[in-house]
Design a protein around this ligand. Structure first.
Ligand code: SF4
Length: 283
């Protein structure tokens, strides 16, 4: 799928979300919030649901929590223009209450389709409702700041998922702010691992039969510049345009470790000290 096709798929989902009446949340919304960002990204951030500011503007993470998310992205030299940001439910739960299970279930197909279109290498979950989709059974107090293979049923079949607290939680509990920034330093390392996992899962190139060498006299004249010029590469970097096939299952990362509880596999980025000099570009 090309980036243009990905964007077309996202636009189509956005139109459907704007008119959706699948659950009761449509009754109180001002604007639905399907999500925003670039279709050419490798990284998707998934929060819980729109708040009052998001409901007014129709954009995700635009209030105080959004400002904190911008700061978190900036701390690893990323910006929201380089990622895609969305939520588990696309309409605001009244009074900022938690989304109900039936509301999450009703809205789930939209997120699944967004993830299938984007085919991200890494999904960063913000808060426990998002985490529950990609890491069923996990407890955020135990797994925040770690990554592991995303649940295949989530729609991000070839992605790793990195768990974080929701930025809004830090607005109510100040001590979580430092935790968020510390955890964020591990996100670029998780993307590096996700890229390695996808590369290792890519099928080997088909063997080709070498054509017989032409007789010297029959070689046509060629433009040496055109012949040696490298092919243009996608500004998005790669994972979307690489040889990986959807039919190849994601290999379990060799770095996964088993915690004492035996309930949940996680990997903590080895280098939590973020070095801006080695900043991991998204493009
Ligand atoms: S929350 Fe999702 S399922 Fe419910 S009305 Fe909004 S878009 Fe539809």
């Amino acid at each position: 799928m090309t980036d243009i096709e990905r964007q077309a798929a996202l636009d189509e989902i956005g139109v459907e979300v704007a008119a959706c009446t699948r659950c009761r949340l449509h009754q109180g919304r001002t604007r639905a919030v399907p999500g925003e960002g670039t279709a050419a990204t490798e990284v998707v951030f998934v929060g819980e649901g729109p708040g009052v500011n998001e409901d007014r503007q129709g954009r995700p993470f635009v209030g105080q929590a959004g400002s904190l998310l911008d700061d978190l992205l900036a701390s690893v030299l990323w910006s929201r223009d380089e990622v895609f940001i969305t939520n588990v439910v696309k309409c605001r739960p009244p009074g900022n209450r938690d989304p109900e299970p039936d509301e999450i279930a009703a809205c789930a197909p939209y997120l699944t389709r967004q993830l299938e279109a984007l085919d991200p290498a890494l999904v960063v979950t913000l808060g426990r409702f998002s985490m529950a989709r990609f890491s069923p059974g996990a407890r955020i107090g135990q797994v925040h700041g770690t990554f592991h293979a995303a649940d295949i049923a989530s729609g991000a079949a070839r992605a790793l998922t990195f768990c974080m607290y929701h930025p809004a939680a830090a607005l109510h509990q100040g001590s979580l702010k430092q935790t968020l920034f510390t955890d964020m330093l591990g996100v670029p390392a998780a993307l590096t691992e996700a890229r390695a996992v996808r590369a290792s899962a890519a099928p080997a190139p088909e063997p080709t039969t070498a054509a017989p060498a032409p007789e010297p006299a029959s070689v046509p004249a060629t433009d040496p510049v055109a012949e040696t010029a490298p092919e243009a590469s996608s500004p998005a970097g790669s994972s979307h345009d690489g040889p990986a096939s959807d039919s190849v299952p994601l290999r379990a990362p060799e770095t996964l470790v088993q915690p004492p509880s035996g309930e949940f596999e996680t990997t903590t980025p080895a280098d939590a000290e973020f070095d801006p000099a080695s900043q991991l570009g998204l493009f």
